[in-house]
Design a protein around this ligand. Structure first.
Ligand SMILES: *Cc1c(COP(=O)(O)O)cnc(C)c1O
Length: 410
């Protein structure tokens, strides 16, 4: 992806042309960037029996799942529907890790029927799993190490007040149930949240999980979750994957030696793989000067692009139609009847009505969180692969909005 002064291109393709061909708003993903990110993880953790399980919820398009599978990635799913998509993308059931939270036991049973690896996240399900399957189905246990990590409260999952995982302090209860039902626990899992800055947080977490692991005799893997932080704006501190690779690999090898088996090392990144590969392209509907500020109103909103309002997330914005225009300060907002600031007080090259704006870092948790609020149509998704722009999801039509409505006589 190149953002130079006069060219806004992905793999040599002009973004204007993409907008002409597919219309706006539109999500665009760079396949090369996704593959490069995957390769960088493989490189950083080389020497381990490594498995990278893409967190499908971050970008759930079938083509993306297939791309990741083609390049040797596995997959982590959080609902039975995501599991079905993963199967459709060609993943083998046994390579799909099912990590749901607070689902009913019936959904767990469906996962077992499909042949997924089940990751158990609470004591009540662990008990039911034991009662139902005994030692006939291997499983993984999600532990909560009680470490506060993650970019903000909504995306932190490992602290004491988090609903995720089984508290490390309840380990004796876990062991009692496993013993009682003779369960076959082959994996331990931790995921402490998104946007972890510091390799040391992972090291702290790994220490806790290694200690816990010594209580399980038959482990085959440890899943260190994810939370790798990527840059959302210039100057952002990001997780140093090389540093983490070195530190964690060495601690892991040491642990495996003590444990007596070379375990597999798993990760399940979402953001790291796809965030920076995505752009969201919109068109400027109105430039609205008020006594307080100048708004740029675009043909999208929080219905398509929720992260700024949901997480106070910063996404860089570029005016790709006027790359050498004078810079002014604007507040970029959506067309939804609700406050939907997409970028507040941003320096942008002069924005004129009709100009195309690109939001960066639009790969992870962007399309996958889009809705039909205000009865708006969800945008298409386009994958740039081998120098070609391919439509991988059609723009919705009014038919999609009305499909399930039941028009009764009133
Ligand atoms: C969401 C999620 C991830 C991915 O987190 P990122 O910050 O996108 O890398 C990984 N594992 C589990 C269990 C998740 O729920």
């Amino acid at each position: 992806m190149e953002f130079t002064n006069d060219a806004y291109r992905v793999q040599g393709l002009d973004l204007h042309e993409i907008c002409d061909n597919f219309g706006t708003p539109v999500y665009v993903y760079d396949a090369e960037k996704i593959v490069n990110q995957l390769e960088s993880l493989k490189k950083a953790f080389a020497g381990n029996k490594l498995k990278i399980k893409f967190a499908a919820k971050s970008l759930t398009n079938l083509a993306i799942l297939k791309l990741i599978r083609k390049h040797g990635g596995g997959i982590d799913v959080v609902s039975i529907q995501e599991a079905q998509l993963a199967l459709k993308a060609g993943f083998e059931a046994k390579d799909i890790l099912f990590t749901p939270n607070c689902v009913g036991f019936d959904e767990i049973c469906e996962g077992v029927k499909l042949g997924l690896m089940i990751n158990i996240d609470n004591l009540s399900i662990l008990k039911k799993f034991g009662e139902t399957y005994g030692n006939s189905k291997p499983c993984c246990i999600r532990l909560n190490p009680h470490i506060m990590a993650g970019g903000n409260k909504k995306i932190s999952t490992g602290h004491a007040d988090s609903k995720f995982g089984i508290s490390i302090y309840q380990l004796p209860d876990v062991l009692e149930l496993i013993d009682k039902y003779g369960m076959d626990v082959i994996g331990l899992h931790v995921h402490t949240g998104s946007d972890i800055l510091d390799a040391d947080v992972f090291m702290q977490m790994s220490k806790i999980i290694f200690e816990a692991a010594n209580n399980f005799a038959e482990l085959k893997f440890i899943d260190f979750g994810s939370g790798f932080k990527v840059a959302y704006q210039e100057g952002d501190i990001v997780t140093s994957i090389e540093e983490l690779g070195k530190k964690l690999s060495s601690a892991f090898r040491e642990f495996c030696q003590e444990y007596g088996t070379e375990l597999e090392m798993w990760f399940e990144p979402g953001k790291y793989l796809v965030s920076e590969a995505g752009l969201f392209l919109v068109k400027t509907n109105v430039v609205k000067a008020t006594p307080a500020r100048t708004f740029v109103g675009v043909n999208s909103g929080l219905n398509h692009f929720l992260r700024p309002m949901m997480y106070d997330a910063h996404h860089d914005i570029v005016n790709i139609s006027n790359p050498s225009g004078e810079k002014h300060v604007y507040s970029v907002v959506g067309y939804i009847c609700e406050t939907d600031n997409l970028g507040w007080d941003r320096q942008l090259h002069e924005v004129r009505e009709g100009d195309l704006l690109a939001f960066k870092n639009a790969g992870a948790y962007c399309f996958s969180m889009a809705s039909n609020y205000n009865s708006r149509l969800r945008p298409p998704e386009v994958l740039i692969i081998d120098g070609e722009a391919k439509l991988i999801r059609k723009r919705e039509t009014m038919e999609d909005i009305t499909r399930n409505l039941v028009d009764i006589e009133i």
